[in-house]
Every structure is written in structure tokens, then in C-alpha cells.
Design a binder for this molecule. Sequence first.
Ligand SMILES: Nc1ncnc2c1ncn2[C@@H]1O[C@H](COP(=O)(O)OP(=O)(O)OP(=O)(O)O)[C@@H](O)[C@H]1O
Length: 321
Amino acid sequence: MPGATAAAAAAAGRPASLIRAVGLRKTYGEVEAVRGIDLDVRSGEAFGFLGPNGAGKSSTMRMIAAVSPPSGGTLEILGLDPAVDGPRIRARLGVCPQEDTLDTELTVRDNLVVYGRYFGLPRAETRARADELLGFFQLGEKAGAKVDDLSGGMKRRLTMARSLINRPDLLLLDEPTTGLDPQARHTLWDRLFRLKQEGVTLVLTTHYMDEAEQLCDRLVVIDGGRIVAEGSPLELIRRHSTREVTELRFGVGQHEELGERVSHLAERVEVLPDRLLLYTADGEETLARVTQLGLVPAAALVRRSTLEDVFLHLTGRTLVE
Ligand SMILES: Nc1ncnc2c1ncn2[C@@H]1O[C@H](COP(=O)(O)OP(=O)(O)OP(=O)(O)O)[C@@H](O)[C@H]1O
């Protein structure tokens, strides 16, 4: 699976920064979807936008895909200005949209072949590329099947295969695994990980913190159209959370009051409707200290901090409400 490595990009004279944005904005009438964001996505990295529904992720992706003009700020994609060079940019991008937009009239293989023809690729090359991609995405046995005969996970893999037909410099993935079951998500992550290893630059949006942690070298946490934090998953967790979290579930309606009673035991306590989260370096010790107070939770769990905790700390809300 050939992809573009950072070194190859440099050798080919492509810029090391594939996306550069300063003060990027998008408004739809009165709605301010993206409120001035700065970005610098480098060749060869997997870069993510993590945020809840309505944060402005898709709006940003559409601007990066050069299909939606910015309302303000500057944007450079592959060293080019999308207002001037839209077609040249789009020819070098792979775009995997949130919804599968496959042609149900065509076979699995022809979905790739026809798409390759849109890019003006020669027939023989397109067929060879289609077969290569079907093999890579474990769809070879389904090559002659109709799209409607595929599972949800297979359709996603076909959409992803289609987005790679033109050997793009940059692959844009809008919520790549939303709506899939855990097994199908893991299969896709595995393929995306392989693409990343081969040097394909990935830019993805997600509201799944585990997806962001699995795939992204670097990410921005986005909320209300603004970037609220930026870094590697590990850096963000270190900067904005403690090493461990003790989750305590008590009876309905008790969490507010009990949160006050245990507040001295932790660096930070979050009160959610169904549980308390105590942030400390040692979760087991914290749990022992809770029970020493005579409190007996209906359920308790000690875990490491995740990006969900980072988001909660930064915005006071959970990612998936
Ligand atoms: N074409 C449009 N016209 C008007 N408002 C829009 C349009 N597209 C998006 N919005 C609004 O802009 C805001 C950001 O939406 P956007 O789709 O970019 O967010 P998102 O983070 O991708 O969320 P989701 O995961 O739900 O797609 C929302 O308030 C949304 O309702």
C-alpha cells in the first residue's frame, strides 16, 4: 500500500506542513460554527479533531477538503490556496465522509473503478489499484457483490478504499467509525494504523476518545467552534488530569452531597448524575480512604485517566452526553 512519507514529501518538494490555518472561521448566517482556529498538520502524522456533536469538526473538515470556503482567516492545503487551487487540491486528497455514499447499483469493485475514472486514472491502472485496495481492506472475496450485501463495517471499509484510489497525499476521515460495532471498529483502526505506518497523513474527526487515543499522534480538543487544548493524547492527559480516577456509584440523587464529603480526598472531584469521579495519583488508596469514611458505594472502579477526563476537565461536560 503505497503512501506518501514525510521524507518522500520533502524529496518531491511538497511542504512538510500539509495544512496550515490561522484564525480560520466558518459561519452559516447567524451560526458561528468555527470561531477562529489555528492548525499546523505535518506530513506523515495522524492528526485528530476530538469534540462533541456540533463542535464544528465537520465544518472544519469541509473547509480542509476544499469544498466549503472559509468565512475568515487563512487556510493553506498542500501548500495551495483553496480559493484559487480547489481542483488541484481535491485531486490530491482522499475524503472519507461521515455517511457512506456508495453506488448501490454497482458491484463493490466497480465502486472503486468508477471512482478512479472520475480522477482520470487510466483503466488498467485503476483496475490494478482497485484490486490492491480490495485486498488491503479484506474485501477481495466481495469484489463481485452488490453494495447492499455488505455489512456496515464492510461498507465503511469500501468507502475508505474508495477514498484512497487516487493515492492521496492526505486522507480526511470524518467520524470514521461512528455507528459501527466494536469488532468492526477495531478492524478499521487496524487498517488505519497500517496506513499511518506506511506514511499516509491522516486527519480525522471523532467524538470517541478511545479512537483519538488509538490513532492520533496529535489532536486538538474542539468545543463550541474553538480549540480548547492541543497535544499528543499522553501530553493532554498529563497536563489536564491525574494519573488515576476512582469512579464511585451511589444511590440516585446522592452524588452531589457525597461529592462534598469526599472532596478533601482528591485533587479534583467531578459530580455526574450517575457517579462521582475522584482524580488522584493512586486510585486504590483513594478508594480505601473513601471506605474509611464509612461510605459504601454500590459500585467502584479504579482506572487510568483518559481523554474523556481531559474533555470533562476543560469543558465541564462529557463528550457523549
Ligand atoms: N450547512 C449548515 N447550515 C447551518 N448550520 C450548520 C450547517 N452545518 C453545520 N451547521 C451548524 O454548525 C455547528 C457546527 O456543526 P458541525 O457539523 O461542523 O459540527 P460537528 O462537530 O461536526 O458535529 P457532528 O458530529 O454532529 O457533525 C452546529 O451548530 C451545526 O448545527
